[in-house]
Design a protein around this ligand. Structure first.
Ligand code: BG6
Length: 484
């Protein structure tokens, strides 16, 4: 099975913040992999732009180092690497002043797709948009790509949307949520809408509850300042987990097209009930033997920012009324794993008697680390001795099912950047979606701020505060184990 690569038309891609962390770790290696895959036609150009003074040669060296560090396997392909570096350029530029803008405008071709990746803090978004306009680069072929955080509440998100929309149409604004670019996340839509098997059961009549877990082992080192102003709710739940929730819960769109998909996601967000105080648990990781606690990390013993949050959400619509959605995410947990579990209801009557035990079908969609989909089914335990039932997984690990092809599953940034060039906004957030998401999370955050709640301390390497377990226990349910 060989995946098809369709080359995109020649383009100019400018990475503002071209010397920053995201560019080094994700954007540049992703571009190189797409180059190696043969997706860039002759004439494609990548321009790094930042304040640091350097020329093309120095930037090429920087790019080579970044690729070597973050994608050693591809970096070994010296021939492709040399060819790739040839299409890389650099402009020293000041977002708030005039330095470098004429040079950038001179480098960009007027008659083709040009994408401007704002890989900088949101405080510079407005300046960059303004300068692009002033220097004649905000034409109909221009696209801007903006990274999160997209605001820190509804009013700042609205202000940001208003700033960007001064010079760019909504169809030119690509708000990245890299979770939407993950292979399994898209597979979730394929599984739901490409099979007859699941959709008839995909509602509160058959689904007991849904769990979404995004667990990380890392702490906040290196991003203390940003993180302490955000916390797990703003950093992860308001965007990544919310997007997963939307894709799981949305009605089938008529077509897999940007507005059709985004309209359905928006309806889900708007149907979310307000969250009650007792349906939220916030936590902060404590110290480990050799690793500092959250408070030590951020250097503020009084910080009330959460590094863990668990929430019970309810969607008030015909499909989901009565089926709770439990969401949790946190840093410094037991393992790095992201999964969605759709837990079906018990069979209405057990013909095998109480001794057969309680069995449930669970559809688990694993986003990482071992991407795949698993369906738990109940079967008879082999052997004599009566009808004893066991649950076994019908496992579709992509690595096994797809063989060598699975190794080449593009990472989220590869797919998303190419979608920008192709002009496909399906996997990007529309302004009303972002605003609706803040409109739901704002009162939740305001309520704990008003009460002055302190997050509960949890052990590093655990599953989060025990109170998060209780959030489900009191409903007679339990979280799935955070598996390695
Ligand atoms: C980012 C968050 O958006 O996603 C980080 O800001 C988080 O705090 C990261 O670590 C997780 O992404 P992934 O792809 O590693 O699950």
């Amino acid at each position: 099975m060989v995946s098809r690569v369709i080359p995109v038309d020649p383009f100019d891609l400018v990475v503002f913040g071209g010397t920053g962390d995201l560019a080094r770790r994700k954007i540049l290696p992703a571009l190189f992999r797409r180059f190696c895959a043969g997706q860039m036609e002759q004439g494609a150009r990548i321009v790094g732009a930042a304040r640091t003074e350097m020329d093309d040669a120095a930037y090429r060296f920087f790019v080579r180092e970044a690729i070597g560090e973050f994608d050693a396997a591809h970096a070994r392909d010296q021939e492709n690497l040399a060819a790739f570096l040839n299409i890389v350029h650099y402009v020293t530029l000041d977002a708030r002043g005039n330095t470098g803008w004429k040079a950038l405008a001179g480098l960009i071709s007027p008659n083709r797709v040009k994408a401007f990746y704002f890989s900088v803090g949101p405080s510079l978004f407005g300046d960059l948009a303004e300068r692009l306009y002033e220097f004649g680069m905000a034409d109909g072929q221009a696209r801007i790509v903006v990274e999160k955080p997209f605001g820190r509440d509804l009013s700042s998100a609205k202000a940001l949307n208003a700033t960007l929309s001064k010079h760019f149409d909504e169809s030119q604004i690509y708000r990245i949520d890299h979770y939407l670019g993950k292979e399994t996340v898209q597979n979730l839509m394929a599984v739901r809408f490409g099979n007859m098997l699941f959709e008839p059961l995909w509602n509160s009549q058959y689904v007991d509850h849904i769990q979404i877990t995004v667990a990380e082992t890392v702490g906040v080192a290196g991003r203390e300042e940003y993180y302490d102003r955000s916390g797990a709710m703003r950093d992860m739940l308001q965007n990544h987990l919310m997007q997963l929730l939307c894709l799981i819960a949305m009605e089938p769109p008529a077509k897999f097209e940007p507005d059709a998909v985004r309209d359905e996601k928006l309806k889900v967000i708007r149907a979310l009930d307000p969250v009650e105080g007792h349906d939220i648990v916030r936590g902060q990781y404590g110290a480990d033997e050799d690793k500092p606690s959250y408070l030590e990390h951020v250097g503020d013993p009084y910080s009330t920012t959460e590094s863990f949050v668990a929430i019970k959400a309810r969607i008030s619509n015909w499909r989901w009324a009565g089926t709770p959605f439990y969401l949790r995410t946190g840093k410094r947990l037991k393992a790095r794993t992201s999964e969605i579990a759709v837990v079906f209801k018990d069979a209405p009557h057990s013909i095998f008697g109480a001794e057969a035990g309680r069995h449930r079908n669970i559809l688990t969609i694993v986003l990482q680390p071992n991407e795949g989909i698993e369906l738990g089914v109940t079967i008879k335990e082999p052997g004599p001795g009566g009808m004893r039932l066991i649950d076994v997984p019908l496992d579709m690990s992509f690595a096994e099912a797809l063989g060598p092809d699975a190794e080449h599953v593009p990472d989220a940034y590869e797919r998303l950047i190419m979608d920008v060039i192709r002009g496909n906004q399906t996997l990007f957030m529309r302004c009303d979606e972002v605003e609706a998401a803040w409109a739901w999370t704002d009162p939740v955050i305001a309520s704990w701020e008003k009460r002055g709640d302190r997050p509960l301390v949890y052990d590093s390497g655990s599953s989060g505060p025990v109170e998060a377990l209780a959030l489900m226990h009191r409903d007679g349910r339990r979280w799935r184990e955070i598996r390695k």
